[in-house]
Design a protein around this ligand. Sequence first.
Ligand code: ADP
Ligand code: GLC
Length: 481
Amino acid sequence: MKKILFASSEAVPFIKTGGLADVVGSLPKYFDRKQFDVRVILPKYACIDQKLKAKMKRVADFTVKLGWRNQSARILKAKADGIQYYFVENEFYFAGERPYGEIYQDVEKFAFFSKAVLEALDKINFLPDIIHCNDWQTGLLPVFLCEEYRAKEDYRNIRTVFSIHNICFQGRWILHEVKDITGLREEVFTMRGIEAYGESNYLKGGIVYSDAVTAVSETYSKEIMTPEGGMGLDGALRSCSHKISGIVNGLDYEVFHPKKDAYIAAPFDVKTFAANKPKNKAKLQEMMGLPKEKDTFLIGMVSRMSDQKGFDLVAYILDEFLEKEKVQIAVLGTGESRYENMFRHFEKKYPKKLSAMIGYSESAAHQIYAGADAFLMPSLFEPCGLSQLISLRYGTVPIVRETGGLKDTVEPYNKYTNEGTGFSFAHYNAHEMADMIRFAMEVYYTQKQNWNQLAARGMKKNFSWESSVRKYERLYGCLCN
Ligand code: ADP
Ligand code: GLC
């Protein structure tokens, strides 16, 4: 039995700001339980739901030596969905209303988390074969392991996998301050270690010191090795390309299950799709305060409102598009205030055509995925993207830009052969996006049968964890030999 520990800064159901939480909260469930004992460790943020916190039981207390500081740590545990979770508690670091705060605080907080995880292993009696780290918040874990823990007999054989979910966030901070925080030796802060462009870089630490690196889609694993996609770390990645692979994310098919979804008005499968889509659409229009026009093309968006997600393209065309087209747009999201305000503005200007829910809501998200005709995701870059996978599963046709995981999971519609699962455009250009939306509308309005077949093809695709989890199992197997 191989023992695997996922270290992450988020996982559903405990804490979520984006797709990382969906991945870490679902992937562990799909490993072959006869061969893999997979557990997860997270920070115990004060902002975790009280009901979930109440279930956690204390396991161990100890002190973590972080540079010149001695910080206390408590480990708690709880089960969720059959998976054993551990939590690192420290009331100073993990206070606050959100998991992440100012970067200067976060670098210390996640240095502490990484070291506390390593310190905890023998105390919780779970010495894993593999620690699977995720994103910059756990980037220092392989560094501490190599630098300070390898000497310990029990830790000698631990291998690390580092998954890049988003290279945009690197955990960069002033070199000498991170030296002070971590107490790591001088050599770590050089070009061969965690230094990049004169700063310390946690993500680079994860890349350099781990045994294997994965990116969350095949295309993204290649994009990050180019100057355009590497956000400064392409050189570091190219120099260790032998240990990098791309494994596309899966979706938790138990959670995103249109036939069993308690959040949506009329659950459905591919057979009842045509009958129930209109009911879900009507419910969505009602929820968003849009007129119940069953024949109007309804575009959904559920997203963090940031530049990554392509909102500046939307901003560029929205006014003209809403004025001219027979369309409705239902938006759910939070993020940068300029985008939130843009939607508030256009909602007032075109109340019958656009409705925006500024906030976070699991149930509203599901109703949008189920009720919209199409789902717009014009990302500037997209490591994998889960929203387009959810849309496909719910018979909502994705309109995406061909980047990262979007390129790998959405097959462009071909009107001559009647193949494909969605619509995609190549360049990050607002007019190209608008043209593609208009093309989708033309198919929707004039070739309804083709449209329904397009949606049905998407629903029949399999984006569960089934095949990707086997790839992680093989990777772990190789590392343990
Ligand atoms: P990212 O992780 O870059 O934000 P993903 O597509 O991988 O993008 O995952 C986003 C996840 O967060 C999806 O499950 C999506 O439905 C969900 N989500 C994003 N914004 C909201 C919101 N405002 N309310 C509810 N769910 C949201
Ligand atoms: C990141 C990426 C997103 C990916 C998610 C889970 O948040 O932006 O594309 O799906 O991580 O891997």
